[in-house]
Design a binder for this molecule. Structure first.
Ligand SMILES: Nc1ncnc2c1ncn2[C@@H]1O[C@H](COP(=O)(O)OP(=O)(O)OP(=O)(O)O)[C@@H](O)[C@H]1O
Ligand SMILES: [Mg+2]
Length: 359
């Protein structure tokens, strides 16, 4: 049997298209090595994020295309990932590849929970992640990450984030007593957000996730004016009445020139812990339909699940990934991957900003 050549392999890989980036693996510079030993082909493939939603599809497509070549019997892949940085020019935080805001039109929809989930999921996949609590009015990240009683250190002029589970965290909650009411004037909020960006030693990060306070106030304004963001995740609940708040949040990002990575439906449905049966409480699917109507990516549906609430209260950010039922774990994992995928799309394809035509 004839031995395949590296050129045969490369040509076949030109027929493998990344389903989200719509370009072939060779053009995307994702093929890092090709080794052929008899009928065995060993490839090094570099993904654009370790939380790639398309990995399984890409693997199947590679396998199919290579096995069409005479003499190829076995295909083995070494996966690596190199997160691409935002294409928007910025001089601040050069070590931070992407800054992603998590916001919503209103309070209590699960912004902090989703921020923690995203940070934990990306970190679990192997990315370097930071988590900035920009909710200066009601910081909840220290508790949710299980680092409530920590105090950040200082190194020279810089504040050091608290590191927990490999994630660097900064919050005003580390600096004020947890039960004190925090009353800020606009300029003070501006000062804190600027300080978190300029004076915190974030180091080298693939993703810095920013948990925003509810609504469309000073924090998103200061954040977006201080530093170019890769984009924003908008958290919604599925009730019909909540859509107005979601649209308000989308409009705000549009006005602030922040790209929208997509919408996520939180508390989408309820999974009974005893029977595993799913109950539709608030109107599951409303946000997916709204996202389709507005041509905004839909990032996933997160069920209402006690495991998520308990994990948040107990400061255990990985609960949603490794406790409870399989359906919740899959939903959470899919949301994290979809978001990572949208970030890669933004950075590589740079699609035009969303034109919201809200009718
Ligand atoms: N999918 C879920 N399943 C179960 N509980 C959830 C879920 N999402 C959020 N929660 C719980 O709902 C409460 C509110 O969530 P969270 O604090 O994340 O909302 P938020 O939008 O950040 O609120 P705020 O506007 O006050 O900042 C928390 O107790 C959290 O554990
Ligand atoms: Mg919150």
């Amino acid at each position: 049997m004839s031995q395949p050549t590296p050129a045969d392999i490369t040509n076949a890989l030109r027929r493998v298209i990344d389903p989200e980036l719509h370009k072939d693996l060779v053009t995307l510079n994702m093929v890092k090595s090709v080794a052929i030993e008899g009928g065995r082909v060993q490839l090094g493939i570099e993904l654009t994020t370790p939380a790639c939603p398309m990995k399984d599809t890409i693997q199947k497509d590679i396998d199919r295309e290579l096995k069409r070549i005479d003499g190829v019997r076995e295909v083995a892949i070494d996966w690596t990932a190199q997160v691409r940085a935002t294409a928007k020019p910025r001089t601040q935080l050069p070590g931070v590849k992407n800054i992603v805001a998590v916001g919503a039109g209103k309070g209590g929809v699960g912004k902090s929970t989703i921020s923690v989930m995203l940070a934990a999921g990306l970190s679990k996949a192997g990315a370097k992640v930071g988590l900035m609590d920009a909710d200066v009015y009601g910081p909840s990240i220290p508790k949710m990450m299980g680092v409530e009683d920590e105090k950040p250190g200082v190194q020279g002029e810089k504040i050091l984030p608290i590191v927990s589970n490999g994630i660097g965290i900064m919050s005003i909650g580390f600096m004020v007593e947890s039960e004190r009411a925090i009353i800020w004037r606009g300029p003070m909020v501006h000062g804190v957000v600027k300080q978190f960006l300029d004076q915190v030693e974030w180091g080298e990060l693939d993703y810095l996730i920013v948990d925003l306070p509810p609504g469309t106030g000073d924090v998103p304004l200061t954040l977006s004016q201080s530093i170019p963001l890769t984009g924003a995740v908008v958290v919604c609940t599925p009730q019909e009445v909540a859509q107005l708040d979601a649209i308000r949040a989308l409009r705000m990002y549009q006005q602030l020139n922040v790209d929208i990575l997509g919408m996520v439906e939180n508390m989408s449905y309820f999974i009974a812990p005893d029977t595993g049966k799913e109950y539709d409480i608030f109107g599951r699917g409303t946000i997916e339909k709204t996202a389709a109507r507005l041509k905004v990516p839909f990032l996933g549906s997160i069920p209402l699940n006690t495991v998520i609430r308990i994990g948040g209260d107990a400061g255990k950010p990985f609960s949603a990934f490794d406790k409870g039922d399989k359906a919740t774990q899959t939903a959470v994992d899919q949301f994290v991957k979809n978001t990572a995928g949208q970030i890669s799309i933004r950075n590589i394809l740079r699609p035009a900003p969303l034109e919201l035509k809200i009718t």
